[in-house]
Write a protein that binds this ligand. Structure first.
Ligand code: FRU
Length: 626
């Protein structure tokens, strides 16, 4: 499975549809799988809800209950459940067409058990745009209309409709804002109260792949206002974001270099994505001795400097850009374990020695038997060295494995919560996870809240309270100074099940670093560190178990410490193949996959510097299938 789809609450049931390939455990022809739950914790699997048809496969989308029967598809007494999804026409795609994604509709009159495709599909045809998908539909009460938020390459587009069947374009948002290291996907537009302030704001959630905070897929958000036509950023929130440098935007004009064409050669894949900025090239360990080159046509050096930004290249091997003058390599620059979108490294080459000579640029990825990639953008010729600000985005989750999450529609007003699950995975290695018979899972369900913290408005995530029903045995640990390392699982049965929850409150005033180390009998370990000297949280899964299936999987995940405060709280869920860490009441979250070969049966807390444990509880968690 991949993305959660069509999440809707109706008649006492939470529906979770999802991207599903019934024919294998890698991505393939997409169907909508289906599961139903009374509490978001215990799930029952249902038959496949939506199958591909002559318009294409079933890509991601959403569902709503048409309470006022605006579509005429239901009745007042039995409103239709309506799903809006993306048709992906793989035949049109392989024929080289651009318009292979369009939005379709289906409806159910029996609480989501059986579905009928709308006869007038597609309801929103493709206007000639390659990435045009993942409709999330919500009701906009002030103007009594439906709003569809759609991911369109490097921005979102808003469409409106009175009846769910005909859609009118309203506006676009995002080309200039937030992370643009990859394509925008799976957006969500959510109106939310600001905690404790009696005001409401609109939050726009957007998935991004690649370009996430710790590589690969990630989920960013924007806080602002939606007036039924357009989304505008909240002024204060806007200050936290940098404007995206223009040439870093996908699909934008590559002006300073417009007359130099690039040609791909070698056996790297994804050179196909390379001929528009940011120029990028990837290779795969599936291709022996993969080497890919993007070569510019020759040009004459006329200015003193070549400035550019580089990212990627974080795996062993050569990955970078080089300058050749008269066919001799005179300059090279490799990526430095960074993502172009988030941490671009700005490079300046003084080329004054070769003014008047003929040169070529090569973007190379030859990683000698492992994964790798190089991305380059903003190549400019100038007489001055360059300096470019990095893009700053707000991230829902700093862990590598929370993608494509959207909120449940139809949650009763009396409940009022914003509830979400994400796909616990990352496209960087999703197809290679060391699992058999299944692949892909969802995150724990979370409640999202908009809260004003030291950084201004922040979207925080906490595990839903319903999860407490899973708590079995509880152990309360003694508070006091942390001298010797403390085993938190000592008296728990969870040691054999590998399923537990930890709640820890610590006074950090004298702390340099606090470590929580999970380990297994097989000697595997995962470390979460609060590193006050660097002001970062760090999650290290490089020794966590099976990791070699992917190089990026081994990288240390980091997040800035939101507040180098005195007290810190951690709520941590550990399952057989995952850890979900909620720091400071969900201000910072790490969701991460782990594949230990034996269950984690130890959780040890240790501190460098004077540190006090204020309170700690450990719970064994029951299986949701019991
Ligand atoms: C996100 C995504 C969506 C698309 C779906 C296809 O993970 O790429 O944009 O609809 O997966 O399975």
């Amino acid at each position: 499975m991949n993305d959660p789809n069509g999440m809707v609450f109706h008649a006492g049931e939470y529906h979770l549809f999802y991207q599903y390939n019934p024919y294998g455990n890698t991505w393939g022809p997409m169907h909508w799988g289906h599961a139903i739950s009374p509490d978001m914790v215990h799930w029952e699997n249902f038959p496949i809800a939506l199958f591909p048809d002559r318009h294409g496969a079933m890509f991601s989308g959403s569902a709503v209950v048409d309470q006022n029967n605006t579509s005429g598809l239901g009745t007042e007494g039995n409103p239709a459940m309506v799903a809006l999804f993306t048709y992906h026409d793989a035949i049109a795609e392989s024929a080289g067409r651009k318009d292979f994604q369009a939005q379709g509709m289906a409806y159910s009159l029996d609480k989501g058990r059986t579905w009928v495709k709308f006869a007038g599909n597609p309801v929103l045809p493709n206007p000639g745009i390659q990435d045009f998908r993942d409709p999330k539909v919500s009701w906009f009460e002030p103007q009594k209309k439906w709003i569809m938020t759609l991911a369109v390459s490097d921005h979102v587009s808003f469409y409106s409709s009175k009846d769910l069947k005909t859609w009118t374009h309203e506006s676009d948002f995002g080309e200039q804002w937030g992370g643009h290291g990859g394509v925008w996907e799976c957006p969500d537009l959510i109106e939310m109260p600001v905690e404790g302030e009696g005001t409401k704001k609109t939050v726009l959630v957007v998935s991004l792949n690649p370009g996430g905070p710790n590589g690969g897929s990630g989920t960013q958000y924007f806080v602002g206002h939606f007036d039924g036509h357009a989304f505008t950023l909240d002024r204060e929130f806007q200050k936290r974001l940098a404007i995206t440098p223009s040439a870093q935007r996908m699909g934008s004009a590559f002006d300073p270099f417009s007359d130099v064409q690039w040609k791909a050669s070698g056996n790297a894949f994804a050179a196909e994505a390379a001929l528009r900025p940011p120029l990028s090239i990837r290779s795969s360990k599936d291709i022996p001795d993969a080497t890919g080159v993007l070569r510019s046509r020759p040009f004459k050096i006329e200015k003193r400097n070549i400035n550019f930004q580089i990212g990627g290249g974080r795996y062993p091997g050569i990955a970078g850009m080089q300058l050749l003058v008269d066919d001799v390599v005179v300059r090279t620059e490799t990526g430095r374990n960074n993502d172009l979108a988030e941490h671009p490294v700005t490079v300046n080459w003084d080329v004054s020695a070769w003014i008047g000579k003929s040169a070529t640029l090569e973007i190379v990825d030859g990683v000698g038997g492992d994964w790798g990639y190089t991305e380059v953008s903003d190549i400019r010729f100038s007489d001055k060295p360059a300096s470019i600000k990095p893009v700053i985005a707000a991230w829902l989750d700093y862990g590598t494995d929370n993608y494509a999450g959207v909120s449940w529609a139809g949650v009763p007003r009396s409940d009022g919560r914003t509830l979400m699950v994400g796909w616990m995975n990352n496209w960087e290695y999703a197809q290679k996870l060391p699992t058999e018979g299944w692949r892909g899972a969802m995150t724990l369900p979370r409640e999202l809240k908009l809260s004003r913290g030291k950084q201004g408005l922040e979207l925080i995530s906490v595990p839903v309270k319903e999860l407490q029903v899973l708590r079995a045995e509880r152990v309360e640990l003694a508070s006091g100074p942390i001298g010797e390392p403390i085993e938190l699982l000592d008296q728990l049965n969870a040691r054999s099940s590998g399923q537990f929850e930890l709640n820890i409150d610590v006074d950090l005033r004298g702390t340099k670093a606090l470590d929580l180390v999970l380990s297994s009998k097989a000697g595997e370990k995962t470390t979460f560190r609060i590193d006050r000297s660097s002001g970062q949280y760090k999650l290290d899964r490089s020794l966590s178990g099976v990791t070699k299936f992917s190089h990026p999987f081994n990288a240390i995940q980091t997040a800035p410490m939101a507040d180098a405060g005195k007290k810190i709280s951690l709520q941590i869920f550990v399952d057989r193949s995952s850890i979900e860490i909620f720091v400071d009441g969900g201000r910072t979250v790490f969701t991460s996959l782990l594949f230990p070969t034996a269950v984690y049966d130890s959780a040890v807390l240790s501190a460098d510097g004077e540190t006090t444990l204020l309170s700690a509880q450990a719970y064994e968690l029951r299986s949701i299938w019991e």
